[in-house]
Design a binder for this molecule. Sequence first.
Ligand SMILES: [Zn+2]
Length: 231
Amino acid sequence: MINIYLYDKSIVCPVCKHEFTTKKVKSKTIKVVKRESDFRAEYEFDNPTFYGVDVCPNCGHARFESDFNDVNEAVKKAIQDKIGSKWKSKDFCQIRSLNDAIEVHKLALLNYNISHYKPSVIAKVCLRLSWFYREMNSEDADKFAMHARQTFEEAYMKENLDENPKEELTILYLLGELNRREGNFKKAMEWFSLGLRSPVINDEKFLSESLKEQMVIAKNEFKKLKDKENE
Ligand SMILES: [Zn+2]
């Protein structure tokens, strides 16, 4: 079947040197029709997040495109020992279903955990898994959203995010929003106010508006909860 929204990208695996091509969504055809408050989006055509993780069909090395080659010798060995040696060749390089997207993101999660990779990236994988499970109406959506929240907290404590203030602001927003969705309204308000004090807040219109809007919602929810407790 030919899909006109996809193209083939050539890749060389940094772990086993295997050359392969994998499908990506043509950026010109990406059309968002709906975006939710934790950034889950719905698309008119193919969903680019399904194709965000590249998977080597030969050894199972699986990561986001941006980190695929970020492996030193120790990490390569760990991936070969813990993933490659058990890998039953499976090809995720063609058109992907929602189930395929879940499977490749779980592979990436395993890879990043084995490599002791940055918590901010591990959190991003968990957040995407929560989106995919929400699309399936599965309870696992909440489980992965909670993992994402916990791992973003770890990223905020341990990573040097000052170098990338926009990323830091995005994480502060998500920490607020994921806490709010879990019902931790007070915590949500604390993260949102940290975000609103960011030095780049005036340059980031979309994030700034989202922070203000979700702060109002969290405040109202917190007040409702307090009123109920005092009844
Ligand atoms: Zn490989």
